[in-house]
Structures are given as structure tokens and as C-alpha cells.
Ligand binder design. Structure first.
Ligand SMILES: [Zn+2]
Length: 408
């Protein structure tokens, strides 16, 4: 047996199983060494308070970094820590947060959660990165529908987790069929392959209309053999009232000027009386192009790589209190903290744990504790909202921040 074959023969795709994550197998070895050294000192069960905050947020395609993010992965962290002797306080999933804000506080013997830091951060960094970019794309679309078409960009083992995070970020749907498990209908139109194999666009669109269930929107892909304008008219003539939309999938096509193509397709559909036909755009989109194309008249967007390939949020975990005494590394404020939030302007206020709720100086109202207690002694003490509720939480904050119109 070669050395790299040592281990689990059943690991066909080299995927870590959920029970292995739960058992702490996804861990940087230096935490194992830390535990060995702490045990040597008899300090492995020292009671500590650790806090998690983002150092910075991912880069925006507009330049610079995003100023706010959307939190995701908290439910996973709570389930990871369930059964450990810890108390867990956190902003809930779907919270808009800023870099530097302590979004989570964990209390308990270090041995109970220290070695899980790798996986705790992994959940939060990866999923919050996806939710954050999803929300920024949704805002860029001016609230118009945005669907996640990008699960092909991820390792399949995490596709559902990534889709879920994109929905928490406010997206309107996703394309993978497993999302039915979390209460959403998968969304999708048709690939070029269908039209190429059928050999003729009209034949393909009509077959689609005849074959797929009635509740599936009839959205014809219109850029396979001819230009978008010609095929959009053909599709409208072929399906008439039954056609709900046309999809243009080549924003960086040879002709290049996608905004002009959208205006032209809209015009040609309108003058023929097909005002009901929506224009759906996909293919290499990001927050910059979505904003431009939404202004040009596109009605909905399929976004893939930009969301599923989102940079992680660089959350870090820091010990801030040891046996009840404030103690932290340089650059980190010591002592356990509480986070309050103004219900009016949504501003956060960080205070010493146990301090009274501050009054918002701008709104003059009493702030509310932003932390939710998720675990007490390792027992889950809150209910996890549905993905639809988390999505609504994100969207309602974006509306309150003036980033989305209240109608959507
Ligand atoms: Zn306020």
C-alpha cells in the first residue's frame, strides 16, 4: 500500500463526511499541538471567551472592498458545537454586518471548542462570502430577480450549502434540484445542447413547451444559431402567449454591446405586441454588468461564477477573556462583549457583556440585543428559521438601508 492510500477506501471523491466534520476531523494540526501543550500545562479546560469578527470583506468588482456583508453559516456552527460544553451567542444568519464587528461569542472550556476553530471559521467564511456577493448582486439588479446558476463552479459536495447561502443573501432562486429540500423550487430554462441536438430552435422550444410540466416558465434560449433579435422574434411567434421570457446567454459575445442588444430585443418584441415577454440574461455576470443590464431593460438574471466563486470573508476567532479576566492579543479589544442594534437605523453598538442597552444617538431609541443565544451548555435553545425567513431578513434590512425598493 502506498502511503497516500492509507485511510478510508470508501472515500471515492475525497469528500469529508458530515460526521467527520462533527467529530473535529477538519482541523489544522496546530490546534492538536496546542491541545497537547495545554494538557502538558494542565490548562486544556481553561474557561475562555472567544469572539469572531471579520478583518475585512471581499473585494467588489467596482473597486475597493464591500462595506457590508451578509452573515451565513451560524446554524451550521451551532450544530457543530451542539453537545459540547459551550454557550454560543451570535448574530443570526441573514444579518447584515460590517468588518470588525464581533458577530459571534463562544464561552466554555477551551478544549470543548478550540480544536473546532478550523471548521467553525470554514462554515462562516465560505458561506458568508457567498451570501455577501449574492446580496450585492441582488442590490445591483435594482431588486429584479436574480437566480443562482453557478453550482457547476463548486465541488458538488457543497452545492446545497452554497445554494442555501446564496438564497440567504437574497437571491430569488437557484438551479440545483436538491434545493427542494430547503423549500425552494429549482429554476432553470434550457441549455444550448437542447437546441443543437434538436437541430432547429423552433422545434426545440415547442418540444420544451410540450414536454415540461405546466408550472415551469416557458423561457426560450435565443442566441444559438442566429442573433438574439431574430431568435427572440421567432420564439415569440412560435409560443405566443405561452412564452414568458427569452434568455440571452452571451453577454460577452462577439458583438459585445449587450446593453444595446437588450434594448433592441425589447423594442422588437414590443412593436410586435409581445410586451409580456421578459428578458432574462445570463453568462459571466457580476455586480457591475448586472447593474448596467438592469438599466438597459433586462428583467431577470442568472448569475453563476461570481456568486458560487465568491471570495471567503476572512473571519478570525480570538480569545478575549481567560477565566473571567479580560485578556487578548494586541489589536483585539479584550473582555466579553455584547452587541446591540438600533431597530431604526440598524447601527450596531458594541459594549461590555452585561452592560445596559445603549440609546441610539441618531434615533433616540433604545437599542436591542443583536445576539441570539443559540447554545446553552451545548443544548440548542433557539429555533432555526427557514431559508425563506432568512432570505426575508436579509431583504428587509437592505430595504431599511435604502438599498432595495420597499416593493420588492
Ligand atoms: Zn438609530
Amino acid at each position: 500500500m502506498r502511503s497516500h492510500d492509507v485511510g478510508d477506501e470508501s472515500r471515492k471523491f475525497y469528500v469529508v463526511r458530515e460526521e467527520e466534520i462533527k467529530a473535529g476531523k477538519v482541523v489544522d494540526v496546530y490546534f492538536i499541538r496546542t491541545m497537547e501543550a495545554l494538557r502538558h500545562l494542565g490548562l486544556e479546560n481553561t474557561r475562555v471567551v472567544a469572539e469572531i469578527a471579520a478583518r475585512s470583506l471581499p473585494r467588489s468588482r467596482r473597486g475597493g472592498r464591500f462595506e457590508w456583508g451578509v452573515l451565513a453559516g451560524v446554524e451550521e456552527v451551532a450544530k457543530l458545537l451542539e453537545g459540547r460544553e459551550v454557550d454560543l451567542y451570535s448574530l443570526p444568519d441573514g444579518s447584515i454586518f460590517e468588518p470588525g464587528l464581533p458577530i459571534m461569542r463562544i464561552e466554555g472550556p477551551y478544549s470543548e471548542f478550540g480544536p473546532l476553530e478550523t471548521s467553525i471559521l470554514g462554515f462562516l467564511c465560505s458561506l458568508s462570502g457567498v451570501a455577501t456577493v449574492a446580496a450585492h448582486v441582488k442590490v445591483a439588479a435594482g431588486g429584479k430577480p436574480v437566480v443562482n446558476f453557478g453550482i457547476r463552479r463548486n465541488h458538488p459536495a457543497i452545492s446545497l450549502a452554497i445554494e442555501r447561502a446564496s438564497l440567504i443573501g437574497g437571491l430569488d432562486g437557484s438551479s440545483g434540484i436538491l434545493i427542494e429540500e430547503i423549500g425552494f423550487k429549482p429554476m432553470g430554462t434550457m441549455p444550448h445542447a437542447l437546441i443543437i441536438i434538436a437541430g432547429d430552435q423552433v422545434k426545440a422550444w415547442k418540444a420544451f413547451d410540450a414536454a415540461v410540466p405546466e408550472e415551469v416558465p416557458r423561457i426560450a434560449l435565443v442566441d444559438t444559431f442566429c442573433d438574439e433579435k431574430t431568435e427572440a422574434i421567432k420564439a415569440a411567434e412560435a409560443l405566443g402567449e405561452r412564452l414568458q421570457g427569452v434568455r440571452l446567454d452571451t453577454p460577452s459575445s462577439r458583438r459585445g454591446d449587450m446593453e444595446e442588444i437588450i434594448r433592441e430585443v425589447r423594442w422588437e418584441l414590443d412593436v410586435r405586441g409581445y410586451k409580456h415577454v421578459k428578458i432574462f440574461v445570463s453568462g459571466g455576470l457580476d455586480e457591475v454588468s448586472v447593474e448596467r443590464l438592469a438599466r438597459a431593460g433586462a428583467d431577470a438574471f442568472g448569475v453563476g461564477s461570481r456568486i458560487c466563486g465568491a471570495d471567503p470573508v476572512d473571519f478570525g476567532m480570538d480569545v478575549v477573556e481567560v477565566e473571567g479576566v479580560p485578556r487578548a492579543k494586541r489589536g483585539i479589544k479584550s473582555g466579553a462583549k455584547d452587541v446591540f442594534r438600533c431597530p431604526e437605523c440598524l447601527r450596531y453598538f458594541v459594549v461590555r457583556k452585561g452592560a445596559e442597552a445603549p440609546t441610539c444617538p441618531d434615533c433616540g431609541v433604545r437599542t436591542e440585543l443583536a445576539y441570539v443565544k443559540f447554545l446553552e451548555g451545548g443544548r440548542i435553545v433557539t429555533e432555526f428559521p427557514s431559508v425563506a425567513e432568512l432570505r426575508e431578513r436579509t431583504l428587509s434590512q437592505l430595504k431599511k438601508m435604502g438599498l432595495l425598493h420597499p416593493t420588492r
